[in-house]
Every structure is written in structure tokens, then in C-alpha cells.
Ligand binder design. Structure first.
Ligand SMILES: NC(=O)c1ccc[n+]([C@@H]2O[C@H](COP(=O)([O-])OP(=O)(O)OC[C@H]3O[C@@H](n4cnc5c(N)ncnc54)[C@H](OP(=O)(O)O)[C@@H]3O)[C@@H](O)[C@H]2O)c1
Length: 292
């Protein structure tokens, strides 16, 4: 099986490569970072897909700087929409299956029960709007699946877990938002879900939600991260945590208040989400062993 991966230096992209190397020897993987394949370059995408002839294209690349996107809508559009069109067209021309990753930010967050795939989207930010338009571009080519995920963390790149760890070391106290709820998702579990899709006999097409199981607020997530960090010896002392409302931490992009997505549909397709809490410990252990 020939797999072309984009966004190889991102959280999901790096975990996907680790997993392919460790557990999927049957995959011939071409992992590309931006310098090897800028997905906004339609000619480069067509050329590489034509040359490599992948069975599967996994698009782990995206414009993920949620706040920056508010002042750079063209930049976000070019990566999250135009580039996905490029990939979908090349996939169509060369008969590859496209796996694309999207986000909880396609919803407006105004709910108190888990979002299902069929629920109308209503993004509240440039990032969310461009990701929704990107989904449409991927879906226009029928041989594609969209995995919507949320609150991604891992041992790689920039994410909430790593930020909490850094701030927990630097400061005696932290104020964390407690009125936004969602489901943290380990990037390695997203990679595993993609593998399961790739190797399913009748591959699911269309939109699926995939996130870690168990909902929590950012405050609850931070508390779990910092407590585990103390337990594994990455942090000497638990900082004092203060729950705050969103209004006390204004950001350029509006965040959804309630981001919990139902994962029933993907579970019916045989792919079971994993609890996020043990993954926090796993990531912390990995970070500990990678310390000099
Ligand atoms: N992070 C989250 O909390 C979260 C939540 C929900 C959904 N998602 C979705 O999950 C997916 C993976 O997210 P992630 O956290 O792994 O993202 P990430 O760590 O920010 O990685 C994104 C990757 O995309 C690459 N990229 C950006 N523009 C590119 C271009 N023009 N051509 C090629 N590569 C380009 C980046 O390369 P550079 O490093 O060179 O910029 C980076 O390697 C994305 O679709 C994202 O929207 C993420």
C-alpha cells in the first residue's frame, strides 16, 4: 500500500510516521513536509501524486494558527481550502483515496449535547470557516473521508499539554478557562484511526467524528496534566490553579463553548475512541525519556 502523507512535521503527521514505522511494514510511505510538498502549489501536488501514484493520500497539513487566521484569512484559505482542492483533484486524477482531517471549530459551540456529524455547521472563526470549506472540497471527490477531531495533544509540536508543562514550571499559579468543554485527543490515536480506515475492506466515506473519550474543561485538562506531570517527576510542585471564565481571557478568534462531538458513528464503523487520560501519562513519559 502506497501512502502519501502531507504535513509530516505536524503533530498528527509525526505520529503517523512513528506508527507506520513501528506497526505497518506493508505501507510504502512518502512523508512530505512543506519544503518537499507545499500543498498550496497545485502543479507540485499534481506532479508528486502523478509520480508516486499513492493508493492513499493522508492530509495532515493545515493552517492551524487559530488566532493568526483572523488577521490572515487569505493564508488560512489557501492552506485549508485551495490546497485541499489541489489534493482532491490529484486524488481523483490518479485514483487515490483521500483522508482529510477537520475540526470541532466547524460548530458554533452553542449546545449542551454532543455534536453529531449531521448537525448543521456554523463556524465562528476564520479557521473554522476555512476548515469547513476544506471539508466540502474534500467531499466533492467521493473517495474521501473527513475525520473531525478536537483538542489535539502529543509529545510533538505545540499544544496545550506542552504549554501547561512549561507554564507549570515557570509560574506558581495559573488561571485556566473553565467554561469551555471538549474532548482532548492524542495525535497518535488519530494516526491509529487513520490506519484503521485505510485497512478497512470497505472504507468509510464522508464525515466522521473522532476524539478522545471523556469530556472536560480546559481547567480540568490542565489539572490532570499537571497532576500527572508531578506524579511522573516532570514537575516538582503543583502550581495553584484558578478557574476563570472565557471573558477573562479574550482571544482574536472565538472558541466554541461546547466542543464535545459524538463518536457513535465511527464506533459503529469499528473504530473505538481511546480515553485521553492515560494518553496524557503516555505523552509525559515520552517527554521525560526524551529529556537530555
Ligand atoms: N491541533 C489541534 O488542537 C486540532 C484540533 C482539531 C483539529 N485539528 C486538525 O488536525 C489536523 C492536524 O493538526 P496538527 O495539530 O497535527 O497540526 P500542526 O501540528 O499545526 O501541523 C500542521 C502541519 O501542516 C503543515 N503545513 C502548513 N501549511 C502547509 C503547506 N502549505 N504545505 C505543506 N504543509 C503545510 C505545517 O508545516 P510547517 O510546520 O512548515 O508550518 C505542519 O507540519 C489539522 O487538519 C487540524 O486542522 C487540530
Amino acid at each position: 500500500m502506497r501512502v502519501l502523507l502531507t504535513g509530516a512535521t505536524g503533530q498528527v503527521g509525526t505520529c503517523f510516521q512513528d506508527l507506520a514505522k513501528a506497526n505497518y511494514p506493508q505501507i510504502t510511505l512518502l512523508a512530505t513536509d512543506r519544503s518537499q510538498l507545499d500543498i498550496t502549489d497545485a502543479a507540485a501536488v499534481e506532479h508528486l501524486v502523478g509520480q508516486f501514484q499513492p493508493d492513499i493520500i493522508v492530509n495532515a497539513a493545515a493552517y492551524t494558527a487559530v488566532d493568526r487566521a483572523e488577521s490572515d484569512p487569505e493564508g488560512a484559505w489557501s492552506v485549508n481550502v485551495q490546497a485541499v482542492e489541489n489534493l482532491a483533484l490529484a486524488a481523483q486524477r490518479h485514483q487515490a483515496f483521500l483522508v482529510h482531517i477537520s475540526t470541532d471549530y466547524v460548530f458554533n459551540g452553542e449546545s449542551n449535547k454532543p455534536w453529531v456529524e449531521e448537525h448543521p455547521c456554523d463556524p465562528q472563526s476564520v479557521y473554522g470557516s476555512t476548515k469547513l470549506a476544506g471539508e466540502k472540497a474534500a467531499l466533492a471527490y467521493g473517495q474521501s473521508v473527513i475525520l473531525r477531531t478536537s483538542w489535539v495533544f502529543s509529545e510533538y509540536g505545540n499544544n496545550f499539554l506542552k504549554t501547561m508543562l512549561r507554564l507549570g514550571k515557570e509560574r506558581p499559579g495559573l488561571s485556566i478557562i473553565d467554561d469551555q468543554r471538549g474532548c482532548p485527543t492524542y495525535a497518535g490515536d488519530i494516526a491509529e484511526a487513520v490506519m484503521q480506515i485505510i485497512f478497512t475492506d470497505s472504507r468509510p466515506v464522508g464525515v466522521y467524528h473522532y476524539s478522545g473519550s471523556g469530556e472536560v474543561s480546559w481547567f480540568g485538562f490542565a489539572k490532570a496534566i499537571l497532576q500527572k506531570a508531578c506524579a511522573v517527576g516532570l514537575l516538582e510542585k503543583m502550581p495553584e490553579l484558578t478557574p476563570i471564565p472565557t471573558t477573562q481571557f479574550p482571544t482574536p478568534a472565538k472558541r466554541p463553548k461546547y466542543s464535545v462531538m459524538s463518536t457513535d458513528k465511527i464506533a459503529r464503523a469499528g473504530i473505538k475512541p481511546a480515553d485521553w487520560l492515560p494518553r496524557v501519562e503516555l505523552v509525559l513519559q515520552k517527554l521525560k525519556t526524551s529529556l537530555p
